[in-house]
Design a protein around this ligand. Structure first.
Ligand code: TTP
Ligand code: MG
Length: 242
């Protein structure tokens, strides 16, 4: 079977450079094309750190992270960037037009492709309402758009690159529940062959995930579907009730 789009963490332990204790311990899981894997856990549990190892913002201290069956430290960084899109927890917009921000200097995407990505990301209507549409200016840091609009532009930016793997770090938190649901439904329709890893705060964002990893203090303490975890995981139940 083809390993294209398969993400595997194998006994991964990670500490930040210079830090004494690891923030991730013995993390193992596999995410396959067509699947959505969700990661949930309290603040500081290590969710962002976990995602950062796939695009090699950092490398593990022990264990391996594999993409397409190949350890990522054997892959070219440019190749990883092409295959993996990370939507960071603090989405970054730079001074330039909306089109510049969506292309990010990386793609030759047509305006039509930008609009398609915006439609999926539920960002097309607010861009259409702007006088200059795709050519509207974004201020440095995206200070002239709302937090939710910023998130949607950064999700659209990820879609434009048509990656095999999407990493969403809390990318839906600034959206209202209805927009969040619409966006994820549209996402599911257009990324049927992609591997999707979602970090979320809100349970409603992840109830449909194929597998949920419950992260606590750098360890996966439980895993399963929403229904399974409701039965088996006290940590998950606590999150649901909070
Ligand atoms: P995170 O991985 O940032 O934890 P999180 O993403 O689960 O938290 P949140 O829900 O608030 O987004 O942090 C895990 C630990 O790693 C935490 O003790 C802070 C530390 N850390 C660093 O030391 N350097 C870093 O660059 C980051 C991102 C985290
Ligand atoms: Mg985080």
């Amino acid at each position: 079977a083809s390993l294209a789009g398969v993400v595997e963490y194998r006994n991964v332990t990670f500490a930040y450079p210079g830090a004494e204790s690891p923030v991730l311990s013995n993390i193992s899981f596999t995410a396959r094309p067509g699947q959505t894997i969700a990661i949930i856990g309290s603040t500081g549990a290590g969710k962002t750190s976990l995602l950062s190892l796939l695009p090699r913002l950092y490398d593990p201290v022990e264990g391996q992270v594999l993409l397409d069956g190949v350890p990522v430290d054997q892959l070219d960084r440019a190749e990883i960037t092409k295959r993996v899109a990370l939507v960071p927890q603090r989405p970054y917009l730079f001074s330039g037009t909306i089109a510049h921000n969506l292309r990010f200097g990386r793609t030759e995407a047509t305006d039509q492709e930008l609009w398609n990505a915006l439609r999926v990301a539920q960002g097309d209507s607010f861009v259409r309402e702007k006088t200059n549409g795709l050519d509207s200016r974004i201020a440095q840091g995206g200070t002239n758009v709302s937090g939710g609009q910023r998130q949607r532009l950064c999700i659209a930016r990820a879609l434009v690159t048509k990656p095999r793997v999407y990493l969403f770090d809390d990318s839906f938190s600034a959206l209202d529940v209805a927009t969040d649901a619409r966006l994820r439904a549209a996402l599911k329709d257009t990324t049927t062959d992609a591997t999707v890893i979602i970090v979320a705060q809100r349970i409603s964002t992840i109830t449909g995930a194929d597998q949920i990893l419950v992260l606590d203090n750098g360890r996966i303490v439980d895993r399963g579907t929403h229904e399974e975890l409701l039965e088996t995981s006290p940590t998950y139940q606590e999150i649901v009730e909070s």
